[in-house]
Design a protein around this ligand. Structure first.
Ligand code: 2NL
Length: 356
């Protein structure tokens, strides 16, 4: 009997001292396991005479129950302590920024691209200029040295509004150039502006949508020359495509509103059907540009003997497709939420030098 009493004290003391759940499990096995000390004493019962067995058996069972419930209690305490330690260790840092919401809206790639372009030219000192989508004939065509018989003025190409009382017909602007015309009319040089926005042409197929976006730039001062044009545009393509250096070339071209006129290409490679911008032996057309035609300056009330400058224009969808790998132009305007979720931009994304 002293044996049992001593064992009870010993095991209960061990349980009380168990430092963690693993230690407690070891104690349980050493006392109540198949080869445990209490289990071992149980096996002795068979060798005893009936009276002794009853007394010894009852005492042993009582010890067994006491040890089992002490193990249970200690287990509960240790589990609580472990949880408490975790909760203290894993405290939430409320100063962290929130995660972007899965259900929040996305910035359309066109808006994103406009923001990037405006920001890049903004760094070079260009101001943002905007104007109406509905224009008159003078600002959309005449001031730009586009003659009355020019095909761009045809009904098939341009959206005309119903005739006004004076017989004039307004148009949906076919380029953002009217914005620059209005700026030249209302401001005295130096002028440095970037004019992005919606433009419209009566055209719809694989590579044309009736509404699309353009960005044009204009610099007018007394001595602005083609070297300034090349410097600005090189700086732009390097920053926009996030490249340290980009090969560029200028090919002679024609626009009624510039003289001379040029198209700018950037170096690329098309090996294996994959387009890579910034290196290789191939060329990719990016934009049109030139020195503002003296007749355009004169039409805006600027003396071509005093002022000169350069202008350029590019299609936003096209350069957005090139940078972000969007294969089909028409998907820009399908208003497909799955598309927007894939190609759109998270408003609170990590800012950088290009995207702001
Ligand atoms: C292109 C080419 C160009 C301009 C736009 C312009 C505007 C004024 C005066 C002179 Cl007010 N020029 N804009 C000049 C050259 C090219 O756009 O391919 N656009 C998509």
């Amino acid at each position: 009997m002293e044996n049992i009493e001593a064992l009870r004290e010993e095991v209960l003391a061990e349980v009380e001292k168990a430092a963690d759940l693993a230690a407690l499990e070891d104690i349980r096995i050493s006392a109540l396991g198949k080869k445990g000390r209490i289990t071992g004493l149980m096996k002795n019962l068979g060798k005893m005479d009936p009276d002794q067995r009853r007394e010894f058996g009852q005492a042993l069972n009582a010890v067994k129950d006491q040890v089992a419930s002490a193990l249970d209690m200690r287990k509960g305490d240790l589990e609580n302590a472990a949880l408490e330690a975790r909760l203290t260790g894993e405290r939430i840092d409320v100063t962290l920024p929130s995660r972007p919401s899965e259900t929040a809206g996305r910035i359309h790639p066109i808006s994103q691209t406009i923001d990037e372009i405006v920001s890049i030219f903004g760094e070079m000192g260009f101001a943002l200029a905007e104007g109406p989508d509905i224009e008159d004939d003078f600002h959309n065509f005449t001031a730009l040295n586009i003659p009355p018989e020019h095909p761009a003025r045809e009904m098939q190409d341009t959206f005309y509004l119903p005739e006004g009382e004076d017989g004039s017909r307004l148009v949906l602007r076919t380029h953002t150039s009217p914005v620059q015309i209005r700026t030249m009319q209302s401001k005295t040089p130096p002028i440095r502006i970037i004019a992005p926005g919606r433009t419209y042409r009566s055209d719809s197929d694989m590579t044309h949508t009736p509404m699309f976006h353009q960005v044009e730039g204009l610099v007018i001062d007394k001595k602005t020359h083609m070297g300034h044009l090349k410097g600005c545009l090189l700086e732009f393509v390097k920053t926009y495509f996030e490249l340290d250096d980009v090969p560029v070339r200028y090919r002679p071209s024609f626009f009624p509103f510039t003289e001379p006129s040029a198209e700018m290409d950037i170096g690329c490679s098309r090996k294996g059907g994959e387009l890579k911008i910034g290196a290789g032996d191939d060329w990719l057309e990016i934009l049109g540009c030139g020195m503002v035609h003296p007749r355009v300056l004169a039409a805006c009330g600027l003396d071509p003997e005093e002022y000169q400058g350069f202008a350029f224009g590019m299609g936003i969808e096209r350069i957005a497709m090139l940078k972000y790998g969007i294969p089909d132009l028409r998907t820009f305007f399908d208003t497909d939420l799955r598309w927007l979720k894939h190609y759109g931009f998270v408003p609170l994304d990590v800012p950088n030098m290009v995207r702001g």
